[in-house]
Ligand binder design. Sequence first.
Ligand code: SF4
Length: 356
Amino acid sequence: MSISNGNVQTLEAPLIPKRREKLIDVPVLGEKRILLAAPRGYCAGVDRAVIAVEKALERFGAPVYVRKQIVHNIHVVKELESRGVIFVDEVSEVPESSTIVFSAHGVSPMVVAEAADRGLNAIDATCPLVTKVHREAVRFSGQDYHILLIGHAGHEEVEGTMGHAPDHTTLVNNPDEADIITVPDTENLIWLSQTTLSVDETMETVRRLRLRFPHLSDPPSDDICYATQNRQVAIKKIAPECDLVIVVGSPNSSNSVRLVEVALEYGAKASYRVDYASEIKQEWLEGVSTIGLTSGASVPEVLVDHTLADLADAGYTQVKEIKTAEEDLQFSLPKELRKDSSGNVDQSLLGGRKGS
Ligand code: SF4
């Protein structure tokens, strides 16, 4: 399957590795079936970021530079590389006056300033829901709060958010750290979080923080985004029925990794994450009647289609979608891409890609 948006065609199948030998249909007790979680796959922020890079390529031509992976999915990255995108770790690697896109995970103000200093044409594809957390960090640090940021050290989103209030933020990686972190002020404390965490684990971290810091304030609204929450709710619903849950997603995709953890926590007998269907091992299917299938928020649906096709070879042809929420959120494209070369707003660039 390819996804179209106007005249943009993306995600051609040849980049997807094929398995050497087909999976074998081995009989099991009970009926073989797949429970397909919905929502799954692309969220509005990922869709917007990928379209932003595609539009940048169209408008400015290759090469377009992207700082870090535009979204945490190896297939998306490889596909964009094949079309002239160069991924870099730092702005300093980009030739002056080039076009650079900041990834969906967001950047710190220092990165924005460095790009301006180098005279780069910068397009900010930070997900608006990450930008919301950035704004909270700026606001609360300005009000002299100390921020306890629940998130994973080294994740790009965490680095970007901490960069908005570097002197007012302490990172809390997990519930155990809540028991040992030290803070400069126990009265004016507020917690914020990375957008792609496990909801349950985050609430446990908050509970343990509050035992030590009773004055801890809550953020005005959830930081764990709608897409992360919806995908976790869907997998929680099907996991108890599943002998195996397969999550399509890359190892550096926080929300994909969380889906494996949530599936196991909610009763799946086994759960594995794969980038591609070709990574599914025959032995995972031994004695498996019901397979749950989902994908992380940065995963194009074509990878799920390939997984369904491979599992059909193994006899899992009965597929039932279990939908726990409707999603129709779309974000406007980055402002740098919303106007055409004459400065007119191009209405076709408002909003994401339907049906991805
Ligand atoms: S997972 Fe959530 S925060 Fe991240 S890009 Fe998608 S919508 Fe935005």
